[in-house]
Design a protein around this ligand. Sequence first.
Ligand SMILES: NC(=O)c1ccc[n+]([C@@H]2O[C@H](COP(=O)([O-])OP(=O)(O)OC[C@H]3O[C@@H](n4cnc5c(N)ncnc54)[C@H](O)[C@@H]3O)[C@@H](O)[C@H]2O)c1
Length: 248
Amino acid sequence: MNRIDLEGRVAVVTGGARGIGLATVERMLASGASAIIWDMDGTAIDEAVARLGPKASGRVVELTDERAVNEAARQAFGEAGKVDILVNNAGITGGNGKTWELSPEIWRKTVEVNLIAPFLTCRAMVPMMMEKGYGRIINIASIAGKEGNPNASHYSASKAGLIGLTKSLGKELAGSGILVNCVTPAAARTAIFDQMSQEHIDYMLSKIPLGRFVEPAEIAAMIAWLASEDCSFSTGAVFDISGGRAVY
Ligand SMILES: NC(=O)c1ccc[n+]([C@@H]2O[C@H](COP(=O)([O-])OP(=O)(O)OC[C@H]3O[C@@H](n4cnc5c(N)ncnc54)[C@H](O)[C@@H]3O)[C@@H](O)[C@H]2O)c1
């Protein structure tokens, strides 16, 4: 593992109680940062924090709830004095189905969690990051947002929206010291697979030229670099980690 220097940095990782978010928290801690997990699953937060030690902490946050996000942001800045890194990682698939078979409720819910919630966290945190003149925001999108997976129009559209948010916000914050980027992973075997049909999982694997799923730790390594000062001339950008699937 390369040593990435995040010494003294404070990171908020949404959905950090498991999966890619938890791997990101682990990599942040290994790089010298402290990490705050925001997740709706209090039990999983407690287990993670107990295992990870004193530089990890957590708070139950329903990320689609504007008031809860604002309160969590105030607490994080109040207690730590700053937040240098925001990783918008929490997400859901919303299941699989043809567009015309998906309910409006699940379509809206998927967009709420995958796109509106990152907007809410950025809205709450960016002004406070601007006061400090420094920040790294990393949004976890998906190859689905670039390519549009069949039987996942809600998920693909929400992730395409997150790519658009990344590009707009990156330009708005150019010169502020805050860089905004996103990553677009191919499939990783995490608990999120429970929200997808086996047919869809097989489809995603069949599209990856490297012939395997990406490991959460591999995604975390890219996120950690994007969260570091070494990332200094990239903003509003999309970083591929799709095992060769992406063609642009
Ligand atoms: N695993 C993959 O194949 C894959 C591929 C590309 C992109 N992604 C993206 O990576 C991110 C993480 O995926 P993962 O596989 O680790 O998922 P996961 O299901 O393992 O973990 C997601 C975490 O987010 C939390 N969460 C979900 N909705 C929330 C809400 N409304 N409020 C608070 N917390 C909430 C969950 O409690 C959970 O701990 C997601 O945005 C996902 O879309 C995953």
